[in-house]
Design a protein around this ligand. Sequence first.
Ligand SMILES: Cc1cc2nc3c(=O)[nH]c(=O)nc-3n(C[C@H](O)[C@H](O)[C@H](O)COP(=O)(O)OP(=O)(O)OC[C@H]3O[C@@H](n4cnc5c(N)ncnc54)[C@H](O)[C@@H]3O)c2cc1C
Ligand code: SF4
Length: 273
Amino acid sequence: MELQRPSRLEELDGGLVLAGGTDLVPLLRDGLVKTDTLVDVRAVVPRGVDGTKIGAGTTLSELEFDPEIPAALREACALAASPQLRSMGTIGGNLLQATRCWYWRLDFPCFLHGGSRCHAREGAHREHAIFGNERCASAHPSDPAAALLALGARLRTSRRELGIEELYRLPTEDDRDVTALEPGELILELDVPRPEASTYLKAMDRARWAFPLVGIAAARFAEGVRLALAGVAPIPLRIESEADLDKATPLPGTAYKVELARPLIRRALQAVT
Ligand SMILES: Cc1cc2nc3c(=O)[nH]c(=O)nc-3n(C[C@H](O)[C@H](O)[C@H](O)COP(=O)(O)OP(=O)(O)OC[C@H]3O[C@@H](n4cnc5c(N)ncnc54)[C@H](O)[C@@H]3O)c2cc1C
Ligand code: SF4
């Protein structure tokens, strides 16, 4: 495998993008992702915070400790992964991390891998989704993505600008991807509006170093409070209120997540209002 280290965006010419490598390197090691060319983009993707702009190469630990960053994003970063992973992992890579579904990670020929079945729906699915789970029941693992969704962040890529909700899509028969990024498209920068108040709360199996069973981000703006959930659908999910939980379609093993989400939503709303 060839490793390229471009110093300018214009030098990029295909290959698989590598940032901190905390998600990608294990996938390469396990043969779940294959490539002839890895492109280390750390010298070309902006890093750091400037007003409301955050470089996609900024690490989670840099965001966790920056007082300029809205609380929901700071708290989501602080509650993600471990200190070692947060000091390597970038916010851009976090938004594009692959599913943690173990059937997928063990290379079962499931729907997301291009097959016709969802093994988790029929098998072990305690950590899986309660929304949007008809074809693939995976639960999106990113805490910061839910925070950014509640904050109404926008992304600048190497090709366009888009709202964070446009970054994600449920997988379909024709396209099994959960993001709308085109091949070769780089996330360069995020623009994160400043709310009047915001928070991120997370239910997890351990108090540290665990993916969200349910994560809730709440952000209060003059127009009202925006809510978003992590760990409940194959993509981060915007909801309007707790009442939206009544539309959940849980599997037998994930029904507990609906009840877990209710008090979290109330506590998050209390914290920002
Ligand atoms: C054990 C473990 C526990 C974790 N726990 C949590 C958790 O609780 N909550 C949570 O939110 N996350 C968690 N994570 C995920 C972790 O935060 C991510 O692995 C990390 O943020 C990814 O960033 P990276 O820079 O290392 O990405 P990489 O591994 O380098 O890349 C990840 C993906 O993003 C693509 N990519 C990277 N940067 C760009 C860019 N700028 N433009 C386009 N594509 C890009 C890569 O091609 C690859 O597909 C955990 C990870 C591990 C391994
Ligand atoms: S939840 Fe998604 S990733 Fe997991 S087995 Fe089902 S289709 Fe595959």
